[in-house]
Design a protein around this ligand. Sequence first.
Ligand code: ZN
Length: 202
Amino acid sequence: MNIEQIYKDANALLEGHFLLASGNHSKRYLQSAKVLEYPKKASLLTDALAKMIKDAGIDVDTVCAPALGGVLAGYELARSLDVRSIFVEKKEGGMELRRGFEITPGEKIIICEDIITTGGSALKAAKAIEALGGEVVAFASLANRGFCKRVGGNTTAKAECALPEDIPLFALDDFTFEMYAPEDCPMCKAGEGQAVKPGSKG
Ligand code: ZN
């Protein structure tokens, strides 16, 4: 399964001149929601992710996603693992479980995202789950931006990674892009127009 090609085919891996949330510029950008546009393709991706989790011997009761970004990936992963799917939502400074979702003490939970950059949202979701007595047994994501180390990956965890080292991260692939400070950006220097901000608002 060529994950990069699947992202390219779905127009989820963009090439251009982008302004990232960090303020840096990049030639490439992952518009993760695009790879989930077609549910049958999405389920092939989460089937592969579920296989990695099962092969590692991880026992899981429930998948929990941080809304909004992780919800579709989390739902499909729960289908692939044949377990329950819930999500947590943003509140001041963290995440919380709403809408009548409940967890039982000791319930084994995987936190699932569509993409892990530094893992900040996933960590907030994990804290919300642990505060309710759930046990976070793994993190999962379709794509890993290369700041955190995934099981079987070649990258090492960078200082920016917010995820705890003692809980495994499963992801289909690493997408490590060159990033430039605006003053060092080769596209800016070459006069390739202004960097655009794709993000979730564009
Ligand atoms: Zn630039």
